[in-house]
Design a protein around this ligand. Structure first.
Ligand code: ADE
Ligand code: ZN
Length: 351
């Protein structure tokens, strides 16, 4: 007799499964409580009366409306200890969601433009990663993102600042305002990143057209596509993602909060999975968008009612699409298999 697990049991299985997060901006994990605490620590006054007033401002109608607030709030981050504490707060929450590995974006230009030294940012974040690993066993990597609303020349200056510390930087990315800032603007920069031997990723097809996904692959050599949810508008782009096994780092709650889709039921992630695209789930800017990875899982499950095999696939994708070593991936996948086996779920064959 086959027992079909209940919807509640599947949700529990998905929330408790070990997984990787491949798309989270550390500045986007700044909770209002921490923002106010850091403002006090640094003698700053936020232009909001209290945490509730700040939270009330989280009503976005586009990516840009969010970015304006996100960059303004980042102003409370001043010292190495601030960046360390921000990282620790995120890692604690991620570990509670059974995230065993996270590839974390940071935006140095947001900070250096305010006079914060590059090394203050990097030292704080790497110290947070070190302590987080010691406390919760979570593995973390840093991906340096360039802000695409700025020039390629400014991005080259940031890359020059980063070059002495490449042992602490695991990849390069491209984020910020997508519309009007196509990947092609940064082709020379990313060629240099490849010369430095680092993997690169790029946000594309979040608000921008599917052609930006093709550009990110062709002109930047992007190993994954961050978001990519508009791929579905172009069959040729979908076919290419499947053929080349390119992972999308999809952020469901983000896409709803930034009005990319009206409701979760309208989200393209179910159709992308059904077409064979290597989808992963992520939280993007969890402090601003209503939650961390398991909150995204709960929202997705409420809308799509995926079966256990689909959740297994999503977690498996998160590991295989990561920049971890083959040995690390094999270890995490063995834990994933054991998690499913422990509740009597048969792991789907090789993927
Ligand atoms: N920076 C932080 N979150 C972002 C997003 N969702 N898209 C582009 N840039 C970002
Ligand atoms: Zn993002």
């Amino acid at each position: 007799m086959t027992i079909t697990p209940s919807a509640a049991a599947i949700l529990e299985l998905a929330c408790r499964m070990p997984k990787a997060e491949l798309h989270v901006h550390i500045e986007g994990t700044l909770e209002p409580e921490l923002a106010f605490a850091l403002a006090r620590r640094n003698g700053l006054i936020l232009p909001y009366a209290d945490e509730a007033a700040l939270k009330a401002a989280y009503a976005f109608d586009s990516l840009q409306s969010f970015l304006d607030l996100y960059y303004a709030c980042a102003d409370v981050l001043r010292s190495e200890a601030d960046f360390r504490d921000l990282m620790l707060a995120y890692l604690e929450r991620a570990a509670a969601d059974q995230v065993v590995h996270s590839e974390i974006f940071f935006d140095p230009q947001t900070h250096t433009a305010r006079g914060i030294p590059f090394l203050t940012v990097l030292d704080g974040l790497t110290e947070g990663l070190r302590q987080g690993k010691a406390r919760w066993g979570i593995s973390g990597r840093l991906i340096l993102c360039f802000l695409r609303h700025l020039s390629e020349e400014e991005a080259f200056a940031t890359l020059a600042e980063a070059e002495p510390y490449l042992d602490r930087i695991d990849g390069f990315g491209l984020d910020s305002s997508e519309k009007g800032n196509p990947p092609s603007k940064f082709a020379r920069l990313f060629a240099r990143c490849h010369e430095l031997g680092k993997p690169v990723v790029a946000h594309a097809g979040e608000e921008g057209p599917p052609a930006y996904i093709s550009e990110a692959l062709d002109l930047l050599g992007s190993a994954r596509i961050d978001h990519g949810v508009r791929a579905l508008e172009d069959d040729a782009v979908v076919a290419r993602l499947v053929r080349e096994g390119i992972a999308l780092t999809v952020c469901p709650l983000s896409n709803i909060r930034l009005c990319v889709f009206k409701t979760m039921a309208d989200h393209t992630l179910g159709k992308l999975l059904a077409r064979g695209v290597k989808v992963t789930l992520n939280s993007d800017d969890p402090a601003y968008f209503g939650g961390y990875l398991n909150d995204n899982i709960r929202a997705v499950q409420a809308a799509f009612r995926f079966d256990a095999a689909t959740w297994y696939r999503l977690a498996h994708n998160s590991f295989t699409a990561s920049f971890a070593t083959d040995a690390e991936k094999a270890g995490w996948i063995a834990r994933l298999d054991a998690h499913f086996a422990a509740v009597g779920e048969v792991v789907p064959g090789p993927i």
